[in-house]
Design a protein. Structure first.
Length: 685
């Protein structure tokens, strides 16, 4: 075809004609591109929003949103490549026909350039318009989640538009280059027969199947055997990768085995509604298995995100209370336990409490005790705090690190309203994020305490909740005797290993503003005291739940919002994979069903055959995702414990509800996609 004979609008017309003629394939692809651009703009807009920036806790949520924007960007690249492969596979036959009719590869490249440009232009225009339209709604929803003050000022983020345009232009350019590569390397005959490439019965690969089963079993074992939250954090990503690889191996190899088993079952196979469906599935199970595995992974991701982030957001107040046992609190660290005793300490204590006098009538649930704290490496009930003796400690065992808090029996009885007794060699033990089953506990290989009871409940403190490493509270009959072996121990930097401290907290029957005023007065008193007694007081801490509540809601609300947004994206991706899978297989099976109709197959038989095929494989991803979620539940629970969320009933409830809602949605998708498949394969007169 000579270039001088071609009008300037010839290639644009061919490109637009190709899009229109293949609208059944192009429309979902365009919707996907629009959706990805819209989601990217919304998250980028929120990550740069002035409204959120000046909102209390806004820094936390904008950091989470920035990470979410990056996730959307990477997923868009992968997923648009994936969906475009379905589209190009169908179009290759058309390009092969053009090639045979005299159109060269260079001419085909021009058509593809115009098609890609039109697709990008339409997607970016509508996607950014939708993003701008919904960005304010998303901002209002997020401010509501954070319990902030709503503003109705409308704005457009130019940096978000610029970044969206640049990133998606790069994606479309890469897609175009990949398509041109495929067209350039294929001959016309191969393009014409592209839809039937690889149409031979695959063999069951037992090696891959066994490898997938072993890998999945190992991942499941890791998930259910992990006992400590910190260990769960370490193995989480390894377990996720193992599950993803195992899922692909099992679906690719296992689906072929399934078809072979069904074919050998004569009672099942030799029925009108099963014969055609199983035969057609057997010829494309390698590709089919990969698609089903992708759907399964996306479903699992959606369920895990929805269940965990919803649970975190609903349980925000429980997490706040775990971090702040009292509304307002202060703690003093001293160099010696003697500083917290005697007449001088009574004077210091009175000075510290002066800031609370104005709020005495509003104060409830006062909490006061003395503690000695250190950090050590625990093994078999022995806690080693002497750094010169930690020969067994390494990077592989740092999940055995624990915080140790000594509490006197007198303080414990007063705090808990009990009258317990301990002999001089007995102790109570209470743990946070740690299962303790030893009968004895010792520190620095010194005095061994017999564990009289592992306590189920104790007030604890915010430091234990704040730290990621587990905590062990040891209630001893004499605090001075217990900490004596630790006096003088220092770390590698020369800092004293044992820290003596006094903790005081209380609740207030007032609003957050009054609590913050009380916190400010307490802070001023602590500041004056440390200036007065610099040799006795090492440091102090003042805190109030009201001060950090916005940050909690910013972080947890941000995770909840990101969870919803990413779930929408992943659900959309799963639906599109299902749709393209059905459409592409529908066109492949169309000729087969035409032959069957010629020999007497009715429309009713076709529908029964389709239902058999769909029910045989369609629910496998959902069932597998449910199994993944069930085995991952203990691991998810341990991870949420790092966020101080201990309510297992709430996690079970959110998990079950998320699965039921998604299962219902999945059934609706099944009905819609099976109808599209039926329309294609039954289109014969």
């Amino acid at each position: 075809m000579r270039e001088q004979n071609v009008k300037w609008n010839f290639y644009p017309k061919l490109a637009w004609s190709g899009i229109q003629k293949n609208k059944r394939l192009y429309l979902p692809y365009l919707l996907t591109c629009i959706g990805m651009i819209m989601m990217y703009y919304i998250l980028a807009f929120l990550a740069d929003s002035d409204v959120l920036q000046y909102l209390k806790g806004g820094d936390s949520i904008q950091l989470v949103l920035s990470l979410g924007t990056g996730v959307i960007a990477i997923f868009s690249l992968i997923f648009l490549f994936y969906t475009n492969s379905f589209l190009i596979r169908r179009r290759k036959k058309e390009f092969g026909l053009y090639n045979i009719l005299g159109m060269g590869k260079r001419n085909l490249a021009r058509i593809l350039v115009w098609e890609t440009g039109m697709t990008f232009g339409i997607s970016f225009l509508i996607g950014t318009m939708a993003g701008v339209a919904f960005s304010k709604l998303a901002e209002l929803a997020l401010v509501n989640i954070m319990q902030g003050e709503v503003t109705y000022t409308f704005s457009i983020s130019l940096p978000a538009l610029k970044n969206a345009m640049l990133w998606f232009a790069v994606i479309f350019l890469l897609i175009l280059l990949n398509t041109l590569r495929q067209i350039h390397t294929a001959n016309p005959v191969a393009l014409l027969r592209s839809e039937n490439t690889g149409e031979k019965a695959p063999k069951a690969n037992w090696v891959l199947g066994i490898a997938g089963a072993i890998l999945l079993g190992a991942a499941y074992y890791l998930a259910v055997s992990i006992e400590e939250p910190l260990s769960a954090l370490l193995v989480f990503f390894f377990a996720v990768i193992m599950v993803i690889v195992a899922t692909y191996l099992l679906f690719i190899a296992g689906s072929v085995v399934l078809c072979r088993i069904l074919q050998k079952n004569k009672k099942y196979y030799y029925k009108a509604n099963h014969f055609v469906s199983v035969s057609s599935m057997a010829y494309r199970m390698k590709r089919n298995g990969a698609g089903l595995a992708s759907i399964c992974i996306l479903i699992t991701m959606v369920l895990v995100m929805l269940a965990s982030t919803t649970c975190l957001y609903i349980g925000s107040e429980d997490s706040i209370r775990a971090r702040y046992p009292r509304d307002v609190a202060m703690s003093i660290r001293t160099y010696s336990l003697d500083t917290l005793q005697g007449e001088q300490w009574n004077q210091m204590r009175e000075s510290l409490l002066l800031g609370t006098e104005a709020y005495r009538d509003d104060m409830t649930n006062e909490l006061e005790y003395v503690t000695a704290a250190t950090v050590g490496y625990m093994k078999d009930g022995c806690i080693e705090t002497d750094v010169t003796r930690m020969s067994e400690f390494s990077i592989d065992t740092y999940d055995k690190l624990v915080q140790v808090y000594y509490i006197s029996l007198a303080d414990y009885n007063r705090l808990m309203g009990k009258a317990e007794e301990l002999s001089e060699d007995e102790a109570f033990v209470y743990t946070v994020r740690l299962d303790f089953e030893e009968s004895h506990i010792a520190v620095n290989r010194g005095k061994i305490y017999r564990v009289k009871e592992v306590l189920e409940d104790f007030i604890g403190n915010g430091s234990a909740a704040l730290s990621m490493i587990p905590s062990v509270f040891i209630v001893v009959p004499d605090l001075q005797v217990a900490v004596e072996p630790l006096i003088g121990l220092a770390d590698y930097n020369g800092n004293q290993m044992i820290q003596m401290g006094w903790y005081y907290g209380f609740d207030m029957d007032t609003d957050d503003a009054a609590q913050l005023q009380a916190l400010d007065l307490i802070y001023q008193n602590c500041r004056s005291l440390i200036d007065t007694y610099p040799q006795e007081i090492q440091s102090f801490t003042c805190e109030a739940a009201a001060h950090d509540r916005a940050d909690f809601y910013g972080t947890y609300g941000g995770l909840f919002f990101i969870g919803i947004m990413l779930s929408i994206v992943f659900v959309f991706a799963a639906v599109l994979i299902i749709y393209y899978k059905q459409i592409s297989e529908g066109y492949e099976d169309q000729s087969r069903f035409e032959i069957m109709q010629k020999v007497g197959m009715t429309k009713r038989d076709i529908r029964r055959c389709i239902n058999s095929q769909m029910l045989t494989v369609f629910y496998l991803p959902l069932l597998a995702a449910g199994m993944h979620l069930a085995f991952a539940f203990p691991l998810i629970q341990k991870l949420l414990m790092l966020f101080n969320l201990m309510d297992i009933k709430l996690l079970i409830l959110t998990t079950v509800i998320s699965f039921m809602i998604f299962a219902l949605f999945y059934m609706l998708v099944y009905r819609k996609t099976s109808k599209a498949y039926y329309v294609i394969v039954s289109d014969y007169e």
